[in-house]
Structures are given as structure tokens and as C-alpha cells.
Design a protein around this ligand. Sequence first.
Ligand SMILES: [Zn+2]
Length: 283
Amino acid sequence: MGKWTDIATWKGNTRNHSSRNGTDVRGFVVHTANGNGDGVVNWLYNPDNKNTSATFVVMKSGKIYQCLDTSLKPWTTGNSNPWTISAECEGFFDEPFTAAQIAALGRILKKANQVYGVKIKHSKSDGISAHRQHMSTDCPGDERYAQMDDIVAAAKGGVTTIDGGIMLPDYGDKHKDVKYWQYMLDRLGYDLVIDGDYGAKTAAAVVKWHKDYLKEHKSTAKPTDGKSISHAIAVELQLDIVEKSLAGKLKGPKGDKGDAGRDGVATVTGKVTVDLQSGAVSG
Ligand SMILES: [Zn+2]
């Protein structure tokens, strides 16, 4: 049985499907429907549609419709259909997934991991992948393709965000929001290459910074092991930025900042704002 009613609204099997003929599911493929709202779902059930289907439809709101039992072969991804489940996502190639869509796709991936052992990683062969990795197509669009790692992070369950929706990364994560934290550590004097890769160097910088931070604040709390930017660490990092800015102790920005600071701004507890480039504090 593959009706995932704990995460999705069951719509009944669409006519377009076939048997997997015993092939095990080992992948989850993401698509963009190039359509808005319920029109996407309606097309899958339209009798004039004689050649496409999808296991799920994921709306911009984060709502998930299930249109095929996962045990059935969807008609979405050509030769990869026998061993994949699929999601058509509301919206268009030239727009990014909404945060709610990323969270919803993460829930599907997590469930696929629990049920079928699909790996929680970006992989064409045994994890989550994009339509373009299987066939000659732009689907799901460049912006959405750039968000595949965000979906993986969401499936890992640790996706909490801080003010402004900036993700709190774990060790091993590689995405643009890692740069935000690296840039902050760099401005605080913990020399880092701002590459968006939460590897050993970034983890070491987090540990070193936190030990100094606790010492400065005469805290006896246990220092972090650097394995993630937890919510508590994120708050302390941002507070430290405010304190160092006010004290004129922020190190000068260096080299290529890229999109390191997202909007170049750290908002602390929704009130105080620090311009990460200039160090100016307001609010
Ligand atoms: Zn597609």
C-alpha cells in the first residue's frame, strides 16, 4: 500500500499509470508543472491527457496531493519511471520553489527514505533528482534546480531557520546560506574562505568562536561541537555581531562577498539590524 495520507491528500489513481513489474522504488524525481493552482491537478485527471501522470502534486502553499499509489509506475520521467516516484510542482521554470514547497518536497523525500530506503541526498541513481538529470529538458528550471540541496536539508528534519528565513546548516551542508554564517564568522575575525561549504574549517571556526564567546561572557556553558549552527548558536553569533559592531571591533570585509550576507544584513531577534558589509547597527 502506498497511499501516504499522513503527508498528502489522496486524490485517487489517475488513469495514466502502469505496473512497476516488480521493480523497487529507489529514487524521487522533481518536476515543474508550468501551471498554476488546481489546473495542474485537473490536467492529470483530464481524459484528454493520455500520456502523463505523477505520483504527487506539490502546491506553492505546501499542500501535497497524491495522484498515484506509490506502488504504481507514474508516467513522468521516461525510462526512469519504473524505479522512481515523482512530484509535479505548481509554478513555472523561471521562478524558485516557495519555502513551503521545499518543506513539502522534504517531507516526501523523508517518507520515501523510510518506506523505500531512497537516500536523503541529491543523487540521480538512488536519491532525489531533477527531471533534467534523466532526460533532455530544462525541467524543473534553473532556479528550482539550484534548490535541490535545500530539499535534502529539509528532509533531514533539521531545517529550522532564523529571522529572515535563513537556514541553520549542519556539518556537510553545501548551500548559499552557509555563506551567511561563514561571512559572519569571518567578520568576527575567524578567518574563513566563504565558499558555502560547511566542512571541517567552518566547524573548527564555529568551535573556536564559541569558546571565545563563552569566555568573554564569563559563561560556564558547554561549548558547541561545531556540528551545526543550532538556533542557540545562531542567536549568539548574531548578538556577537551586534556587540562587536557597536564596539567597533568588527574585522573589515574581504574579497568576494558574493551573496554571502544574503541581503547583507543580520537581523537579531527581529529588532536590531546589522549591515554586514559596513558593520552599521540600526533599530
Ligand atoms: Zn519534468
